[in-house]
Design a protein around this ligand. Structure first.
Ligand code: C2E
Ligand code: MG
Ligand code: MG
Ligand code: MG
Length: 285
């Protein structure tokens, strides 16, 4: 209660806009320190082939618990990093960790892929694709085991550099995924323009299917569209057995969501994969 009245007092003193601005500056200052110290963490969320129950990929998701600010969510600190020119350093850090971590699992999981989220700002750096290729070679990871996830926001002000980087990545054998498709104002036009091999259907589309037959038709159409391009289709945000059954019924889809596992630290990943595969093997037997 003391803390709450403290915050109220601050907001009535100089207003919520100023408070938000101050929070942004605090997050930026602490994030700079965290990056310098290597205090950021990377967790991994399994992605499975729904018809076999095998985990084929993991998505790397940045995690940060600051000693002063506590836990800060990626939606907040990624936005701050993009505004403050820290995103290049953050992105390189996550990429390097993800590639190294998955390379380290090669003996146990020789084909496991890792998907890394990349900001449009990173993609607009002319040397991005070369930088990634060098990284993959240095770690000795087969290029097709790395997936770069991009969103449509790439197109908001792309001058062509981002697109060229994606084409260069593909030429080197690195996979590209369109993330969060169906959220915001995804246009069908850029589906054919992006050199992507994987389509990740946003959780807003997945989540509504249990309630509404029309959104089920939309989801089915998007899945079929993706496959016809042809792309591998991943349904994001699968939280219930019902959603799982529906998406699995489409055939040949991949799934990701809390029903299977949240993102976990690297040392918990083998157990998470084993648990999913044991469960899915029984379910599909
Ligand atoms: P995203 O790339 O779409 O990642 C999926 C998000 O959905 C993750 O949120 C994940 O924890 C969450 N999620 C997974 N399964 C479920 C589910 O069943 N239900 C629900 N409601 N959510 C689920 P998270 O980790 O909070 O990340 C949020 C966003 O932050 C990511 O969305 C991505 O856009 C961005 N992000 C995270 N790490 C990085 C990074 O290293 N670099 C960049 N540029 N962006 C990142
Ligand atoms: Mg993603
Ligand atoms: Mg997504
Ligand atoms: Mg997202």
């Amino acid at each position: 209660a003391a803390k709450e009245s403290g915050r109220d007092r601050v907001e009535s003193y100089d207003g919520p806009v100023a408070a938000r601005h101050r929070r942004g500056l605090d997050v930026e200052r602490r994030l700079r320190i965290a990056l310098a110290k290597g205090d950021l963490d990377v967790h991994y969320q399994p992605i499975l082939a729904l018809d076999t129950g095998r985990v084929v990929s993991v998505e790397a998701l940045a995690r940060w618990t600051d000693p002063v600010l506590g836990r800060v969510g990626p939606d907040e600190f990624i936005a701050v990093a993009e505004r403050s020119a820290l995103i290049g350093e953050l992105g390189s850090y996550v990429l390097n960790r993800a590639v190294g971590d998955v390379r380290g699992l090669s003996e146990q999981y020789p084909d496991l892929r890792v998907a890394v989220n990349v900001s449009p700002i990173q993609l607009r750096a002319a040397a991005f694709a070369d930088h990634v290729a060098v990284l993959v070679a240095r770690h000795g990871l087969a290029p097709q085991r790395l997936v770069i996830e991009v969103t449509e926001s790439l197109f908001v002000s792309d001058d062509g550099v981002g697109l060229r980087n994606l084409q260069r990545l593909r030429r080197r054998g690195i996979e590209v995924a369109i993330d969060d498709f169906g959220s915001g104002y995804s246009s069908l036009n850029y589906l054919s323009r992006l050199p992507a091999s994987i389509l990740k259907v946003d959780q807003v589309l997945t989540r509504s299917i249990a309630e509404d037959p029309r959104s089920l038709s939309v989801l089915r159409a998007v899945v079929e569209l993706g496959r016809s391009l042809p792309m591998q289709v991943v349904a994001e945000g699968i939280e219930t057995q019902e959603m799982h059954d529906i998406v699995r019924g489409f055939g040949q889809c991949l799934g990701q969501g809390w029903l299977y596992s949240a993102a976990v630290p690297l040392d918990q990943l083998p157990d998470a994969i084993t648990a999913i595969q044991a469960r899915e093997t029984i379910a599909t037997a």
